[in-house]
Design a protein around this ligand. Structure first.
Ligand code: SF4
Length: 342
């Protein structure tokens, strides 16, 4: 259902506005939709958590926000308005300037994004040189900025590590370098796609604290993608829960953790008792796997796995009708029985 934002009001408060965004892979009748009619906003200096199982569409959504969905993927419909600009109508050159300067993507596998045969210093200087314009030579200034960037992410022995190759750093250090690269041009929005998943618990905590520090000191907004609700509780202001290409629940962290309304959110929360408030009632693990995009069920896509659907005697409405939601509300859930005693 199309979401109607009050554009003037939303743009004064929001850095990013996503309207009815859909992403498909392939074309014609064999096209597979990975992100389906997603709408949301992110405020200035806000950290928004995006959670859901693997295959829910989180990473594809992130790539669509950056306008880097790989072929044969394509943004089929909807708009991404960033800082007042509709990213879908910008030229490739304009978009390249926005990426890196204003929008940064930090991914789980930092090493995969680095050139293995280039020293860390050169990798960071490259970003600065690109930004300043090819051919710009200000080696000393660039080096100092690279060093400052590594120190800002609390990388130990920054001078020494600047001269190292990526494989000579630990996983946590590589992730800090990736974050330093993402931050060096002071972006307004960071999209962090599972940046701590591959790290041990201690390093995870350090990276989370670093991202929070970046937000607090620079007012940077962050989309934090994770499958881990404990991390969301730790760092985020708001949370969106994604399932089968759609957002199924959205609200402040406090609202969603204290009063989850969607059975899927409750099931996710049941794995980590109790983070905030009372534990949710349904503690069973979720049966089955999330459906593949080509197999999305009719009606509510969660119904084949939903414990409430079973408890209510498998009502037709769950199988036949998409739940309606008012996505302009602070807290909502895409369930026919949200807010009801069932
Ligand atoms: S609409 Fe029905 S199947 Fe979907 S989450 Fe709600 S109760 Fe479960």
């Amino acid at each position: 259902m199309p979401v109607v934002f009050d554009e003037a009001a939303v743009d004064s408060e929001s850095l990013l506005r996503v309207e009815n965004l859909s992403v498909e892979f392939g074309s014609g009748p064999r096209a597979v939709r990975a992100v389906d009619d997603v709408s949301f906003t992110i405020g200035h200096g806000e950290i928004l958590g995006l959670v859901g199982e693997s295959g829910s569409g989180k990473s594809t959504l992130c790539l669509a926000l950056m306008r880097i969905v790989p072929a044969p993927g394509v943004v089929k419909s909807g708009r991404v308005v960033f800082d007042g600009r509709d990213l879908g109508v910008l030229s490739v050159r304009q978009m390249r300037e926005i990426r890196g300067n204003e929008l940064a993507l930090i991914v789980q596998d930092a090493l995969a994004t680095m050139n293995p045969v280039t020293r860390i210093e050169e990798q960071i200087v490259e970003i600065l040189r690109d930004h300043a314009g090819k051919g710009t030579v200000d080696r000393k200034n660039f080096r100092e900025r690279a060093l400052r960037a590594l120190r800002s992410v609390h990388l130990p022995n920054a001078e020494l590590n600047l001269r190292r190759y990526p494989h000579q750093l630990s996983g946590g250090m590589q992730q800090r370098v990736a974050i330093a690269q993402g931050l060096i041009l002071e972006p307004k929005l960071i999209i962090a796609d599972e940046p701590t998943t591959a790290l041990d618990v201690t390093v995870q905590a350090q990276i989370l604290s670093l991202l929070r520090e970046v937000r607090d000191t620079s007012g940077t907004s962050i989309v934090f993608v994770t499958h881990d609700l404990a991390t969301v509780a730790e760092i985020c202001d708001r949370v969106m829960v994604m399932y089968a290409g759609r957002i199924v629940e959205s609200g402040t962290v406090r609202e969603v953790f204290k009063n989850p309304e969607h059975p899927y959110t409750k099931a996710l929360l049941s794995g980590l008792l109790p983070l905030v408030g009372e534990p949710p009632e349904e503690l069973d693990a979720l049966p089955g796997q999330p459906p593949r995009p080509e197999d999305w069920p009719s009606g509510c896509r969660f119904h084949p796995r939903c414990p409430v659907y079973v408890r209510l005697g498998k009502p037709d409405v769950c199988r036949e009708t998409d739940p309606n939601v008012d996505e302009t509300q602070s807290h909502w859930a895409a369930c026919h029985f949200a807010n009801q005693e069932v």
